[in-house]
Design a protein around this ligand. Structure first.
Ligand SMILES: [Zn+2]
Length: 139
């Protein structure tokens, strides 16, 4: 079951990206969202919430698997539900690259370094951007 608040937020996210559905039933039919369970992040698999203010990193968002930056289409097949945290970290990476990146993050040390750069205040050391792009290099 998907909580009403979360349904509303998902509906809002799709609308915001230009996907117009007449109602929730049409949305789940076209997006193939499984209504029998709480949606999880396409990337990290954590459960998604509608409560952005209280728990903003778990909040549901919509991500383009192939980003518009790389000329990815704004189509149902190219968008997925994910958490706000993944969406921010993923940036202009393709989903394929981001999955590899997540594998690398299984190393807790690297994860802390990355998170500290992206989310100031989280513990870690230093990282720097390479050529000002969204590539990360440990220093
Ligand atoms: Zn995630």
């Amino acid at each position: 079951m998907i909580p009403e608040e979360l349904k509303k937020e998902i509906f809002r996210r799709y609308s915001k990206h230009g996907f117009k559905f007449n109602n929730w039933q049409e949305l789940i039919k076209k997006t193939k969202i499984d209504e029998t369970k709480t949606p999880t992040c396409y990337y990290c698999k954590k459960q998604l919430t509608p409560y952005c203010k209280e728990n903003k990193w778990d909040c549901v968002s919509l991500d383009h698997k192939i980003p518009k930056y790389w000329k990815g289409k704004n189509s149902i097949s190219n968008v997925v539900l994910c958490c706000a945290e993944c969406n921010i970290i993923k940036g202009t990476m393709t989903s394929e690259t981001y999955f590899k990146f997540l594998d690398a993050l299984n190393d807790a040390k690297i994860k802390n370094l990355v998170f500290a750069e992206i989310f100031p205040g989280r513990k870690a050391k230093t990282m720097k951007r390479k050529n000002n792009q969204k590539l990360w290099e440990l220093v």
